[in-house]
Design a protein around this ligand. Sequence first.
Ligand code: CO
Length: 290
Amino acid sequence: METRMTPDTVNRPRTVEQVVQGTATSDGAGVKLTRVLMPHLQQRLDPFLMLDVFRSDEPGDYLAGFPDHPHRGFETVTYMLAGRMRHRDSAGHEGLLQNGDVQWMNAGRGIVHSEMPEQEDGLMEGFQLWINLPARHKMDAPGYRDIPHAAIPAYTAPEGAVVRVIAGQSNGVKGAVHRETTEPVYLDIQLPARSAFVTAIPSSHNAFVYVYRGALQVGGRLVESGRMAVLDSDAQADGVRLVAVEEPAGAILVAGKPLREPIVQYGPFVMNSREEIYQALADFREGHFS
Ligand code: CO
């Protein structure tokens, strides 16, 4: 869906506070992935709780998939660049996620789901982002949306960057998803070599850029592929400026308004207190997750 853009004015782009290299890990039934946003950054990047990146053309790295497992208290956003993954959950939703599709799941008070590859070879590449829910919405009914590639608004910026607006808005283009309270912005940006791109971002938001192809100058600092740049929170900063270096580059830009509430995580449950975690475990054991 190509949409007309109206350029944002950015006078003071954010700088990079730190560059983070992910940690190789495995999850589900043994899927190899890189955890880029780790628990020690949850306060700093509030409302974002986790970012996992998976990229492999070795079937042994992904075939085991993520069999049935629970979640409570936050949203999961899965963005597939390549590959096919089947989602099924206890609320009766089912969907196939592939090349450029997004799945936005609100775990709310509890959901049990599986995410299983539907391919036996070839490249599997994508991201899973966890976004916290405000305390008052953690026990809401679960929700689920499949957003096919063609339904994600896209535009071409003046120097040629192709931008897909998954959530929030950028250069006047409204994204596929709007969420109150955390007001997330989620952009996929593909830049031609040596091109620049700017977008406004509210100064209230915490923000990061993860580079998945090539290399980018972010606020004047070089960020290589496979690295996350945590952007400075500066009340005067009004946006983000990215410049591709010698080759075409790709990145996701994620920003959101912090909740400033206590974060207590136990595996797939993220609540505000230990008591609420014990309750989640008890509810799950007793089969109360839908
Ligand atoms: Co899950």
